[in-house]
Design a protein around this ligand. Structure first.
Ligand SMILES: Cc1cc2nc3c(=O)[nH]c(=O)nc-3n(C[C@H](O)[C@H](O)[C@H](O)COP(=O)(O)O)c2cc1C
Length: 205
């Protein structure tokens, strides 16, 4: 059982990373493996809408971790998207990375895998960013794992994060809930729900 943790912050060992580390430790206590991918500390190309991924199943840009994380996500039970809050939104790198990841991965390959988002801010914009990140799951038939509060931590340094005791508690509960749901799904061991033929109300042929 494995969960992919993605750090979309530019700071490889900053607050978002600290939050993901708290989740990693708590998952481990529940017997669930996880791995943190650092993706936000270099320029990340945005989606250029070339639609190449619809033919190849891979993003056309193979010079960052998008295709690696996609491959790992297909094998994993869940994913946690992490981002610092920049101007009340996810970071530019996180947005570019997650757009390309979710557009290229193939929704049928990640259906019913569990998703969660965490955001780190100094003061404001956490809810808007949290909502933004959760949109990736709700278009992909991925159940969102929740906690006892919205998954936000506050601070400017990793030390600040530990002072946000309610934030730390929220992330620990989130990890416990993620592990619980992964085990429930494994125990149920039933086929994924069938989907009626797709209908698209737009102009894509
Ligand atoms: C370009 C930029 C924009 C930021 N915008 C916000 C913001 O809108 N709201 C906020 O509370 N903090 C903002 N911050 C502060 C960070 O979000 C905050 O310190 C966060 O916890 C840092 O996480 P990190 O260490 O993982 O990068 C901003 C920081 C930067 C560099």
């Amino acid at each position: 059982m494995k969960v992919i943790l993605v750090n979309g912050s530019p700071r490889a060992a900053g607050c978002t990373y600290t939050g993901l580390t708290i989740i990693k430790e708590q998952l481990s206590q529940n017997g669930v493996d996880s791995e943190i991918y650092q993706v936000g500390n270099k320029p990340v190309a945005g989606c250029i809408a070339c639609l190449s991924c619809k033919k190849t199943g891979k993003c056309v840009f193979d010079n960052d971790l998008v295709n690696t994380v996609a491959e790992e996500l297909r094998k994993a039970e869940g994913i946690v998207l992490g981002s610092a809050v920049h101007f009340a939104s996810a970071t530019g790198a996180a947005t570019s990375f997650f757009d390309r990841l979710f557009y290229s991965v193939g929704f049928d390959t990640i259906k019913m895998k569990f998703g969660a988002s965490i955001v780190s801010c100094r003061r404001g914009g956490a809810s808007a960013t949290f909502d933004q990140l959760n949109k990736y799951f709700t278009i992909a038939q991925m159940p969102i794992v929740s906690s006892c509060y919205w998954n936000q931590i506050h601070g400017y340094t990793p030390e600040d994060v530990y002072k946000d005791e309610e934030g730390v508690h929220t992330l620990r509960v989130l990890a416990n809930n993620m592990a619980y749901l992964i085990k429930c799904k494994a125990a149920a061991n039933i086929p994924l729900p069938e989907e009626p033929p797709r209908v698209r109300t737009n102009f894509i042929r």
